[in-house]
Design a protein around this ligand. Sequence first.
Ligand SMILES: C[S@@+](CC[C@H](N)C(=O)[O-])C[C@H]1O[C@@H](n2cnc3c(N)ncnc32)[C@H](O)[C@@H]1O
Length: 231
Amino acid sequence: MTGKAEAVRAMFTRIAARYDLMNSLMTGGQHHAWRRVAAAAVAPAPPGLALDLATGTGDLALAVRAARPAHSVVGADFSEAMLHHARVKLRARREERVPLLAADALGLPFRDATFACVTSAFLLRNLADLAAGLAEMARVTGRGGLVATLEITRPGLPGWDALFGLYFNRVVPLIGALVARDRAAYTYLPQSVERFVTPAGLAQLMTRAGLRNVHYRRLGLGTIALHVGTA
Ligand SMILES: C[S@@+](CC[C@H](N)C(=O)[O-])C[C@H]1O[C@@H](n2cnc3c(N)ncnc32)[C@H](O)[C@@H]1O
């Protein structure tokens, strides 16, 4: 595992207990709606297992289960601490069709074409090798299956972009320091968004990874990009 991967895993392990609360505070609760839209995007995938990669505390896995009630969803993440919180949540909801396992997105322990659809939310900018991560997602998706990703992005609209930058770079680290007691993690968050490719650039990389008909739309007043491609 690379230095970046180790640092990312350690960071999510540190903030796991406050992760859900921070998401709700930072987004005013909107993050659940974005996950529902991502889940709806993979609902038309062929019958079969779904994979929610970097499932964290399991929210997108649950949204995909709700969107595809006949099918199970595997949740995978390389932070055992995040998976622990997912496990507690799944148990509280008596959800028995979301098996969880520890796995690295850059070397998934699944055969080619195992899944009918693969989702990930807020994973990609954390990867040490984005192209390799996208290739893994494409590899484990069966022909005709769907891959959907959610990521934070700069809205790119004059005025609103500056306001968003101010909120994200100044206010979010402060909330992170107060609530999660981890300013560093919530300073890394806006920095990682700043360094990440544009939505158009990500669409190109997904196509290069072997996905077809890649398209994207913006959610959350332009701050979230949902990309969908066909394997
Ligand atoms: C921002 S959280 C997103 C969690 C969840 N998808 C959500 O929507 O709330 C990023 C997650 O990606 C996981 N992660 C980052 N890099 C990973 C990798 N290489 N392999 C597996 N999981 C990874 C982290 O452990 C963390 O749980």
